[in-house]
Design a protein around this ligand. Structure first.
Ligand SMILES: [Zn+2]
Length: 460
């Protein structure tokens, strides 16, 4: 009997803005690995990293696969071929692929991945890390994909979610996706809060499907395997899908905004939070975005809230002295602004009293007095009662001490949605007795909807 090996496989940055998708490559590789009858140790990981790096492919998502095999060398060779074949290198992808052939992953891998969640990690650091730690690495292009590849195999979940992603048949790539909107709304209604970010009620938009030419048909995100299967089974579409696969993911966990930004050294493209007092009141700029600034450790930090987040109304109502916590990504300086935080959430921690000097009110008539002229005091026009000074009036605040999140359509993959606030999923054990991968070979041309319950139910 041959000895079997643990093999951790990580890859990243195989997609480009108008072509392939890293999760689709994972789907193809898993299909192959199942034919090879390897033993899977976990669901495929879909790990999102810092969404604020400049060269990110669509979602800055990397994939890790964890298996036991008797033929590691043959498998590695084949996966390298997959990466070459399916990466969109002509359109700007810089794929990375790593293999780590040991059972346990050293904790330094996780630390490396944590950095990649909130910082811009240089590809040379990844190359160095790989060679120091016995990682076999391969890349095409500049090697930027190695960063996420290493981070993905080392990722330790303190909270996690699932996504069931369905893929299109090749003949449908680039065509319009026909998913019935009402079925998405209904699905959300029936499965919320076990699924998340499927439909944006405020913007009336379907959020489960991308719009580009990539092979993803749609993805249902949820708290566990049952919820994403149930959600998927409730959807109705016109198109027959090729197959689907369930990923364990850090989506919806807010993992990129757990750290505090260093206000003394606000690095461009880093993500995190800053808590400070509002010092410059909000100004509404061109296009309706809102700019304000806060102070922390005597450093003034500029913050921008953009219109599509749906947070500009709230942001425009903060005043000087409010204590707020903002989370987001640091944008590099432009002509008009120094480094600025693009706000992804706004939490109001303390509200300052909003006091305004106003003309005094006549206590007899309950009417506002009129000014008698400069420095001459105020008088009631009705009864003649007079007063010398203006009075301070407390203006009711229109915002509350609470966390304000963008509308779901403006969420990043990593954004922690409202119903997930405070929720932490302990690691759900991998259950290989239940199907988590499906190739839809069932010929069923008479059915009206491509995604019928039959193929999906067979996932159970
Ligand atoms: Zn009066």
């Amino acid at each position: 009997m041959k000895a079997s090996s643990y093999l951790h496989i990580g890859f990243d940055d195989t997609d480009s803005r108008d072509g392939m998708c890293t999760t689709y490559l994972a789907y193809k590789i898993v299909e192959y690995l199942r034919r090879e009858q390897v033993r899977f140790l976990d669901y495929p990981y879909l790990i999102r990293f810092n969404p604020n790096i400049p060269w990110k492919t669509r979602g800055n998502g990397a994939v890790a696969l964890k298996i036991i095999t008797e033929r590691p060398e043959a498998i590695k060779k084949k996966i390298i071929e997959f990466i070459k074949k399916y990466s969109d290198t002509t359109k700007g992808a810089n794929p990375g692929l790593v293999f780590f052939q040991q059972e346990k992953i050293p904790p330094t891998f996780e630390e490396f991945g944590q950095l990649a969640l909130s910082q811009l990690v240089n590809r040379n650091e990844a190359k160095e890390f790989a060679s120091k730690n016995g990682i076999e690495s391969f890349y095409i292009g500049n090697g930027q994909g190695l960063v996420g590849s290493i981070g993905a195999i080392g990722y330790k979940f303190d909270d996690h979610t699932f996504e069931l992603i369905s893929y299109r048949k090749k003949s449908n790539f680039g065509k319009k996706r026909e998913i019935f909107k009402d079925s998405v709304m209904k699905m959300q209604e029936l499965t919320y809060p076990r699924t998340f970010n499927s439909y944006d009620d405020k913007k009336n938009r379907v959020l489960i499907a991308p719009h580009g030419p990539d092979p993803v048909f749609f993805g249902v995100r949820g708290e566990d395997v049952d919820s994403v299967i149930e959600g998927t089974s409730l959807l109705k579409t016109k198109e027959k899908f090729d197959g689907c696969m369930i990923f364990r993911s850090n989506q919806g966990t807010g993992a990129h905004l757990k750290n505090e930004l260093d206000v003394c050294n606000l690095k461009p493209f880093s993500s995190g939070t800053v808590t400070g007092k509002v010092t410059d009141e909000p100004k509404v700029g061109k296009g309706g975005h809102v700019i304000f600034s806060i102070v922390k450790d005597n450093k003034k930090i500029h913050c921008a809230v953009y219109k599509p987040t749906g947070l500009t109304q709230i942001a425009s109502k903060i005043i000087k002295g409010d204590l707020v916590k903002v989370g987001g990504g640091v944008r590099k300086a432009s002509k008009n602004y120094p480094r600025i935080i693009n706000v992804e959430f706004l939490e109001v921690l303390q509200l300052e009293k909003n006091l305004k000097l106003v003309n005094p009110t006549c206590h007899l008539c309950n009417k506002k007095m009129k000014s008698k002229g400069k420095n001459q005091g105020y008088q009631c026009v009705k009864c003649g009662n007079s007063s010398l000074q203006k009075i301070l009036q407390k203006i009711p605040r229109e915002i509350h001490k609470k966390l304000y999140l963008p509308v779901p359509s403006a969420h990043r993959h990593l954004t922690r949605p409202l119903q997930r606030i405070g929720r932490m999923n302990k690691k759900i054990e991998f259950d290989d007795t239940r199907e988590w991968f499906l190739r839809n070979n069932i010929k069923n041309s008479s059915t009206k909807f491509a995604i019928r319950l039959e193929p999906i139910i067979s996932l159970h």
